[in-house]
Design a protein around this ligand. Sequence first.
Ligand SMILES: Nc1nc2c(c(=O)[nH]1)N=C([C@H](O)[C@@H](O)CO)CN2
Length: 117
Amino acid sequence: MDIVYIRDLRVDACIGIYDWERKIRQQIKIDLEMGWDNRPAAETDDIQYTLNYKESAKLVAAYVQKSEFQLVETLAERVAELLIKEMKLPWVKVSLGKPVAVSGSQEVGVIIERSAK
Ligand SMILES: Nc1nc2c(c(=O)[nH]1)N=C([C@H](O)[C@@H](O)CO)CN2
Protein backbone atom coordinates (compact mmCIF):
# COMPACT_ATOMS: atom_id res chain seq x y z
CA MET A 1 0.00 0.00 0.00
CA ASP A 2 1.20 3.52 -0.77
CA ILE A 3 0.91 6.42 1.64
CA VAL A 4 -0.27 9.99 1.28
CA TYR A 5 0.88 12.03 4.26
CA ILE A 6 0.23 15.30 6.02
CA ARG A 7 2.78 16.51 8.56
CA ASP A 8 2.51 19.07 11.28
CA LEU A 9 -1.07 20.19 10.70
CA ARG A 10 -1.75 22.69 13.50
CA VAL A 11 -5.28 23.36 14.72
CA ASP A 12 -6.54 25.08 17.88
CA ALA A 13 -9.16 23.21 19.88
CA CYS A 14 -10.74 22.92 23.31
CA ILE A 15 -9.15 19.77 24.77
CA GLY A 16 -8.08 18.57 28.20
CA ILE A 17 -9.20 17.16 31.52
CA TYR A 18 -8.59 20.15 33.76
CA ASP A 19 -10.99 23.03 34.44
CA TRP A 20 -8.53 25.59 33.08
CA GLU A 21 -8.24 23.61 29.86
CA ARG A 22 -11.99 23.73 29.31
CA LYS A 23 -11.80 27.55 29.19
CA ILE A 24 -9.05 27.94 26.60
CA ARG A 25 -8.09 26.70 23.16
CA GLN A 26 -4.82 24.78 22.78
CA GLN A 27 -2.79 24.01 19.73
CA ILE A 28 -3.06 20.43 18.49
CA LYS A 29 -0.38 19.01 16.19
CA ILE A 30 -1.47 16.30 13.78
CA ASP A 31 0.55 14.01 11.53
CA LEU A 32 -1.35 11.71 9.18
CA GLU A 33 -0.30 8.72 7.11
CA MET A 34 -3.13 7.60 4.87
CA GLY A 35 -3.11 4.34 2.93
CA TRP A 36 -3.88 4.67 -0.77
CA ASP A 37 -3.01 3.12 -4.13
CA ASN A 38 -1.19 5.95 -5.90
CA ARG A 39 -0.68 4.09 -9.19
CA PRO A 40 -3.95 5.16 -10.92
CA ALA A 41 -3.12 8.82 -10.22
CA ALA A 42 0.46 8.38 -11.43
CA GLU A 43 -0.65 6.54 -14.58
CA THR A 44 -3.23 9.17 -15.54
CA ASP A 45 -1.69 12.28 -13.95
CA ASP A 46 -5.24 13.11 -12.87
CA ILE A 47 -6.17 14.59 -9.47
CA GLN A 48 -9.48 12.65 -9.42
CA TYR A 49 -7.59 9.41 -8.74
CA THR A 50 -5.60 10.80 -5.83
CA LEU A 51 -6.28 10.86 -2.18
CA ASN A 52 -6.41 14.65 -2.15
CA TYR A 53 -4.23 15.80 0.77
CA LYS A 54 -5.62 19.34 0.65
CA GLU A 55 -9.21 18.10 0.98
CA SER A 56 -8.14 15.64 3.70
CA ALA A 57 -6.42 18.40 5.69
CA LYS A 58 -9.45 20.69 5.37
CA LEU A 59 -11.76 17.92 6.58
CA VAL A 60 -9.61 17.15 9.64
CA ALA A 61 -8.96 20.81 10.52
CA ALA A 62 -12.69 21.67 10.39
CA TYR A 63 -13.52 18.72 12.64
CA VAL A 64 -10.76 19.28 15.21
CA GLN A 65 -11.52 23.00 15.42
CA LYS A 66 -15.10 22.24 16.51
CA SER A 67 -14.23 19.33 18.84
CA GLU A 68 -14.39 19.53 22.65
CA PHE A 69 -13.07 16.18 23.91
CA GLN A 70 -11.17 15.69 27.15
CA LEU A 71 -8.59 13.17 25.92
CA VAL A 72 -6.23 13.12 22.96
CA GLU A 73 -7.11 9.41 22.66
CA THR A 74 -10.74 10.29 21.88
CA LEU A 75 -9.87 12.97 19.36
CA ALA A 76 -7.36 10.73 17.55
CA GLU A 77 -9.94 7.92 17.33
CA ARG A 78 -12.59 10.25 15.90
CA VAL A 79 -10.15 11.69 13.35
CA ALA A 80 -9.24 8.17 12.20
CA GLU A 81 -12.95 7.25 11.88
CA LEU A 82 -13.70 10.44 9.98
CA LEU A 83 -10.92 9.91 7.44
CA ILE A 84 -11.72 6.22 6.89
CA LYS A 85 -15.39 7.05 6.30
CA GLU A 86 -15.24 10.30 4.33
CA MET A 87 -12.07 9.72 2.28
CA LYS A 88 -12.70 5.96 1.94
CA LEU A 89 -9.31 5.01 3.33
CA PRO A 90 -8.33 1.38 3.87
CA TRP A 91 -5.88 2.36 6.61
CA VAL A 92 -4.72 5.42 8.52
CA LYS A 93 -2.09 6.30 11.11
CA VAL A 94 -2.93 9.32 13.24
CA SER A 95 -0.33 11.00 15.45
CA LEU A 96 -1.97 13.64 17.59
CA GLY A 97 -0.12 15.73 20.14
CA LYS A 98 -0.26 18.72 22.44
CA PRO A 99 2.97 20.69 21.96
CA VAL A 100 2.73 22.81 25.12
CA ALA A 101 0.92 20.52 27.58
CA VAL A 102 3.81 19.15 29.66
CA SER A 103 6.64 21.46 30.69
CA GLY A 104 10.05 20.06 29.88
CA SER A 105 8.71 18.06 26.96
CA GLN A 106 8.57 19.01 23.31
CA GLU A 107 5.21 17.34 22.80
CA VAL A 108 2.92 14.68 24.30
CA GLY A 109 0.23 12.66 22.56
CA VAL A 110 -0.84 9.41 20.98
CA ILE A 111 -0.24 7.45 17.80
CA ILE A 112 -2.93 5.09 16.52
CA GLU A 113 -3.36 2.95 13.42
CA ARG A 114 -6.82 1.95 12.23
CA SER A 115 -8.17 0.00 9.28
CA ALA A 116 -11.53 0.08 7.53
CA LYS A 117 -13.82 -2.73 8.70
N1 LIG B 1 -2.90 9.65 27.91
C1 LIG B 1 -3.31 10.92 28.23
N2 LIG B 1 -2.77 11.51 29.32
C2 LIG B 1 -3.17 12.75 29.63
C3 LIG B 1 -4.12 13.44 28.86
C4 LIG B 1 -4.66 12.79 27.73
O1 LIG B 1 -5.51 13.32 26.97
N3 LIG B 1 -4.22 11.52 27.45
N4 LIG B 1 -4.46 14.73 29.18
C5 LIG B 1 -3.94 15.35 30.21
C6 LIG B 1 -4.21 16.77 30.47
O2 LIG B 1 -5.33 17.26 29.75
C7 LIG B 1 -2.91 17.51 30.12
O3 LIG B 1 -2.72 17.53 28.71
C8 LIG B 1 -2.83 18.89 30.67
O4 LIG B 1 -1.49 19.31 30.70
C9 LIG B 1 -2.99 14.70 31.13
N5 LIG B 1 -2.63 13.36 30.73
